[in-house]
Design a protein around this ligand. Structure first.
Ligand code: ZN
Length: 296
């Protein structure tokens, strides 16, 4: 902010003293430095998984792996039902659209999209904005008259005002600060031209950045709860059976993982029971039985 104010001050001084070269260099350096400083201050966090949430009117949250789609009166999505060795098991599912709290769901979706944009293209686009802004500033400083300067400043203002809305609110606060500085420049130029009416459209019109997303893979218990709920609102009996089979297989797989991972040799109270009660082959037999219980 201080640097950008410095830019404005230098710009105004340069205009008054007729030193366009110095002003151009100062303006360019200061804006680029401000952009670079902000870039370093906001290094992107670790990339997030493309997980979204369907928030229902009953307060329940359903996890969607990737974006959901509205098809007729239902919402179709891929839901993770547990994981096997760290890999989520994915299942197609759908819920009636009428059960969805669309305001909350779309707010959550926008936040996830914004986070993914920030992690991917955000910084490159912001750098491109800086380059375009610098080009306009160079034009302002080198312009032959105030009329041309004003036109370029207004173009810069339009660019800044429209940017957050088309870029998921990325760096909206930074852009708003730059916008206010450009407003000051515009006000000065209009005053110099003797214009009296220049306060109407000088209000910053940027949108606030969405709240950070908090979507994560569901726990085993949450996965089972979501899948059982989805089975009660499934579109067809086949869909319902398929969901229940997935829950069944998940529980069997997790039980096998638990028994396999137990450090005992022949069974203990933490897995299949004490070897003295269940026999010396209890672990081996339990794992064989569980393998045959898998539906898919
Ligand atoms: Zn054990």
């Amino acid at each position: 902010m201080r640097r950008l104010r410095q830019f404005t001050a230098r710009f105004v001084v340069a205009r008054a003293t007729g030193a366009p070269t110095l002003a151009r260099a100062a303006a360019t350096c200061v804006v680029l430095a401000a952009l670079a400083a902000r870039s370093a201050a906001a290094d992107s966090p670790a990339a997030t998984l493309p997980l979204y949430q369907l928030l229902l009117t009953n307060g329940q949250a359903l996890t969607s792996y990737g974006e959901y789609a509205r098809v007729g009166d239902r919402v179709v999505f891929t839901t993770p039902i547990g994981d096997v060795r760290g890999q989520p098991r994915l299942h197609m599912a759908s819920v009636p659209a009428a059960l969805v709290d669309w305001v909350a769901t779309e707010r959550s979706r926008d936040a996830v999209r914004a986070a993914r944009y920030a992690d991917t293209r955000g910084e490159a686009d912001y750098t491109a904005l800086g380059a375009e802004l610098t080009r306009l500033l160079d034009g302002i400083v080198g312009a032959p008259d105030d009329g041309r300067r004003l036109a370029l400043a207004e173009e810069a203002r339009r660019l800044l005002a429209e940017w957050p809305g088309g870029h998921y609110g990325y760096r909206a606060d930074d852009v708003r600060e730059m916008l206010l500085l450009v407003d000051e420049v515009i006000a000065g130029l209009r005053a110099a031209r003797g214009e009296q009416r220049f306060s109407v459209d000088l209000t910053a019109s940027t949108v606030p950045a969405p709240a950070p997303p908090r979507v994560r893979l569901p726990t085993l218990q949450e996965s089972v709860g979501q899948a059982l709920f989805l089975s009660t609102v499934a579109a067809t009996p086949a869909d319902r059976v398929s969901l229940l089979e997935s829950v069944h297989d998940l529980l069997v797989a997790k039980t096998r993982e638990l028994i396999s991972a137990c450090p005992c040799e022949q069974g203990c109270p933490s897995c299949v029971g004490p070897a003295g009660e269940t026999g010396s082959r209890a672990k081996e037999v339990a794992l064989a039985v569980l393998e045959r219980l898998m539906v898919t």
